[in-house]
Write a protein that binds this ligand. Structure first.
Ligand code: BDP
Length: 325
């Protein structure tokens, strides 16, 4: 909350100093999210819209399109690059196909804790990554919390990697996520988030993996009742803007967008902590079986993934690991 108030104060001072223009036509920006209204990332976008409207005196309006109405994350990332969508909140995972260096943030067990993840994201490593996305037609504005991802299955719990053998496990469309499932003996089935529920129901897949709020919000818990908290990846969310849109904004409007994005990030982080607990309670109440397997076997099983990605980004991986010590 403190960070939010500081941003507000700075924004008022900065805007006052810059003499915000009151004239000019209204700019409408489209913002996409594949979660539904009420999910913490979407609430963050609504706050961003409110602040940008306030700080530009209504000159810039952000229209939020939740629930993947503008398409799957792979599709909306492409549309954001083209400037059809202006702002997009996505998981880092599907971004790794576009900008492979981001894979380091999706490596299994790379982050020792939430604090370690945020220390990295708020360091030069995380902040530089946001700016480097200009190379692929985007500008990173902020990160959001997505907790830890764990396996959930239809027929039996995953108590060790051996239980994954031969199982068809849905993954995000991300090589590093597919490699992680393969390393553990599963058969990765890359698929859009919106298709997972019916794929679980019809037996197209035997399971999937995600954090508790997503497992709950998507109602996947109704069809895949075994939730095994191996917490194999803490894949951050990322809030990006089309570089086309960014370049068309004045420098003072870019400042406003950036500050509102950070405010959205801070609100989402706060909401996330509560949502994580609530989601676990709700799925337990619904009769799901929650397991806490020994993570050592999972950590051992994913070492080959490290070899593959760390060889490409060895220094970066080492730096991230050292920040967790
Ligand atoms: C959720 C992310 C969402 C992804 C989804 C997925 O918040 O952006 O689309 O996972 O697994 O945790 O596709």
């Amino acid at each position: 909350m403190k960070k939010f108030l500081v941003i507000l104060l700075v924004a008022v001072l900065v805007i006052g100093a810059m003499g915000m223009s009151k004239k000019g036509n209204t700019i409408i920006l489209k913002a996409a999210d594949d979660h539904h209204k009420g999910y913490s990332t979407v609430e963050g976008l609504y706050l961003m819209a409110k602040l940008v409207n306030l700080w530009t005196d209504g000159r810039i309006q952000i229209q939020v399109y939740p629930g993947a109405v503008l398409g799957s994350e792979k599709e909306t990332i492409e549309q954001t690059q083209m400037g059809i969508i202006d702002i997009n909140r996505v998981s880092v995972a599907p971004m790794t196909s576009l900008y492979p260096k981001l894979s380091v943030f999706a490596l299994p067990y790379i982050f020792k804790s939430r604090e370690h993840m945020w220390k990295v994201l708020e360091s030069n490593i995380g902040q530089n990554m946001l700016l480097e996305l200009k190379k692929v037609g985007l500008i990173g504005l902020a990160y959001m919390d997505s907790g830890a991802r764990s396996f959930y299955t239809v027929k039996k719990p995953i108590l060790s990697p051996a239980d994954l053998k031969g199982l068809k496990i849905r993954t995000q469309k991300s090589p590093v996520m597919m490699d992680m499932v393969k390393a553990m003996g599963g058969r990765p089935v890359p698929m859009a988030f919106e298709e997972v529920y019916s794929a679980l129901q019809t037996g197209v897949i035997d399971g999937a993996e995600n954090n508790p709020p997503s497992y709950y919000e998507t109602r996947h818990y109704e069809v895949a009742k075994y939730y095994s908290l191996d917490e194999h990846a803490m894949v951050p969310e990322i809030l990006v803007m089309s570089l086309k849109t960014w370049n068309a904004l004045s420098s003072q409007d870019r400042q406003i967008i950036k500050m509102a994005a950070i405010a959205a990030q801070e609100l989402q982080r706060k909401l996330w902590l509560k949502d994580e607990q609530t989601a676990l309670e709700k799925v337990k109440e619904a009769g799901c079986k929650i397991y806490h397997p020994d993570k050592e076997a999972f950590i051992k099983a994913v070492q080959p993934v490290y070899k593959k990605y760390a060889s490409k980004y060895m220094d970066l991986v080492k730096e991230i690991q050292e920040m967790g010590e």
